[in-house]
Design a protein around this ligand. Sequence first.
Ligand code: SF4
Ligand code: SF4
Length: 661
Amino acid sequence: MRIHHVRRLSQTYFLILFVFLCAVTRLGTEWTQIRAWPVNWFLQLNPLSAVGTALGTGTLFAGLLWGLVTLSATLLLGRFFCGWVCPFGTLQHVLGWLGMRRKSFSQRVAANAYHSAHRLKFIFLFMVFGMACGPLWTPDRWTSWSSAAKTLGLFTAAAALVLGTASQGNAESGKRPSRLEDGLTGAAVFLFGLTLARFPVAVGSLQTGLLDPIALLQRSLNQVLFPAFGLFQPEGLAGNRWTQGAWLLGAVFLAALGLNLVKPRFYCRYLCPAGALMHLVGRHSLWRMTRITDRCTDCKRCETVCDAACRPSMEILSGECTLCGNCLVVCPEKAITYCRAPLPAKAAAPGAVDLSRRQVLVALGAGLFAAPVIRLDGLSQHRFPPNVIRPPGSLAEPEFLRRCIKCGQCLRICPTNVLQPALWEAGLEGLWTPVLDFRAGTSGCQYQCVACSRICPTAAIRRLTVDEKHGTGAFADRGPVRLGAAFVDRNRCLPWAFGKPCIVCEENCPVSPKAIQTMETLDKLPMPPLRVTAREDNRWIVDGFRPVEHRAPLESLWLVKDFGNPSFQWPIRDWGDGWIEVSYTDPKGHGHAATIEKPEGAVFLAVKLKRPLVDHARCVGCGICEHECPVRGVPAIRVTPENETRHPERSLMARQPSGTF
Ligand code: SF4
Ligand code: SF4
C-alpha cells in the first residue's frame, strides 16, 4: 500500500467519524445518541479554537488542550491535520480532484501554481486574532500580578507568532528583514496595544468560528444538510427541524465547496485561518517534504498533483504543504522525500508566504480596531434587543461573545429546536450564535433540560445542573436561572382583548407554583339587556331572544342580574329561540333553573373569563407559554430578556436588590 492510499484511508476514517459524531449529537440513551461520545473532539482538535479563546478570555479550557496536541504534532510532522484528518479538507480534496479530472497537464500545473493571494488566509487569521485579543489591554487584566503575568505571557506568544510570520522573508524575493526591523515591529505592536488600553471599549470578540473549517462543516451538516434531508433527527420531534437563515449557511457551505472545482483546496489555500495557523507552526516542522535537487529533472509531474500549491518542483513551501504525499508517488525520479530536514538558514526560507510585516500589522490592527467599533452599537452591553434570549447558563453577553465559536453544537443538541442561529439580531459579531426562538421550535426551553450547557466546548454556556437551573437544593438561595420574563400583550390576548376564554399559557407554565396566575372576571357582552317573562319547567322564557354568535363556549356564558352579587349570576346550560336554561348550584352542589324564581327586571348576557397575569418573581422565561399561545402571528404572551439572571443590569426598570422586578 502506498502512502496516498494510507492517507485516503485516514481521510475516509476521519470523515466518517466526523459525520457519525454529528449524527449522535442528540439526546437519548441508544448508542446512536449522545451518551459518552466525544462529540466535540474535532472542534477541540482544531488549535484555532484553543488559541482564539485563550486570546479572548486569558484561559484555556481543558478540552481545548487537544488543540495544543495538534500544534505539537504539527511542529514535529508538518500539517498532517489538514491533509490527513480535517473532514472539510477531505471534502475539498474530493471536489478538487473532480474539478481537475479533465484538465490537461499544463492546466493542472497552472491550477496548482502558488499565488500571492495565499496570504489572504493570514490576513483573516490576524484579523480574527486581533479582534479576540482586545481584552488583553483592558485595565482589569493588569490589576494583579497573576493576571498581568498571564496577559503578558499570552501577548508574548501572540507577538512571537506575528513576528514569526513575517520574519522569515518572502517566498518570491527571499528577502529577510533585519533584527532592527524585527525589534521595531515588536515595539510598534506593544505601543499600539498600550494605547488601545486607554479606550473604554477595548473588547474582545471571538470570530474564529466564522471561517473555522470544523465549525463551518459542523454548522452546515447540523443546521442545513441533516434537517433538509430529514437525517439523524432527534427522536420524538414532530416534523422537521427549522433553521433561521439556513439559506445563508447553505450558500456559504456551497460556495466553500464549489470553489474547489475551480481551484483544488480553494478554501485551504486562500481562506482557512486554521490552515494559516498550522502553516505558521508547520513551516518549522522537524519532518518535511524535501526535494533532492540533483535527482530532479524538472518534469513538473509533482506540480500536477499538488493541490496545496506548495511548489514541490522548486523550494517546497513546507508551511503550505498538507502532506498529501501525491508528489512522492508521482515523481518518477524519487526526487521528493519526506524526512527530517534542517531548516535552511536565512534567505529564501521554505514555507514562508508573501506576507509583509506591514500586512500582518495592518490585519492585526484592523481586528483590534474592528471589535470595539462593531460593539459601539451597544447591542451587547447597553441596548438589549428584545429577541436576543440566550440559552440557560449563557455568560453575560460580552463574555459570551468572547467565547462562542458558532459551532452550533448547542443548536443541534436542543431537543425542541428552540435554539436558532442568530442572523443580525445580536449584532454583526453575534452572527450564528444561539438565540431562542419560541415560535420556531416544538416547545420552549424544557424545564428539566440542561443539554446545551453540557455540550458547549468553550463554556460560553457554562455547565448547569438541573438543581441550579431550578434554584433548588444547594442553589435555593440564588433562585432559578432566568432567561427573561414573559409579558402578556393585552391587545392580543384572547381573554383581555377579545373576551374569549383561554388559559393555555397558564396550563402550560412548567414552574411550580405557576408563574402565570389568572384573574377571574365576568364581562357583560355588548348587547341590549334582556327580560325574563316567565318560567316553563327548567327554562326561562325571554321574549325576542335569539342565541348569540359568540366565540366563547356556552359554558363560559352567564346570565347576570347583578354583577356585584354572585347570587344573581347564573351559568347558562342551554338556550334556543326565546328561551334560556340556566343552572343553579345550591350549597350541596346540585340544582338547576327550575329551583329558582325568574328574575325581575333587566338581565344581561356575560362571559366568565380567566385573564392571565405574570408573576415575574417566578417566571423563568422558558417561553413555553409563548410557544403554546394560540394567537397566530405575533403571540399574545411574549418573552423578552429583561430580568435574565446572567446580566444584573437587565432588570426591567431600575436595578432591584433581588434581581427581579
Ligand atoms: S436547556 Fe433549553 S435551550 Fe438548552 S438544550 Fe435544553 S431545551 Fe434547548
Ligand atoms: S454557545 Fe453554542 S454555538 Fe457557541 S460555542 Fe457554545 S455550543 Fe458552540
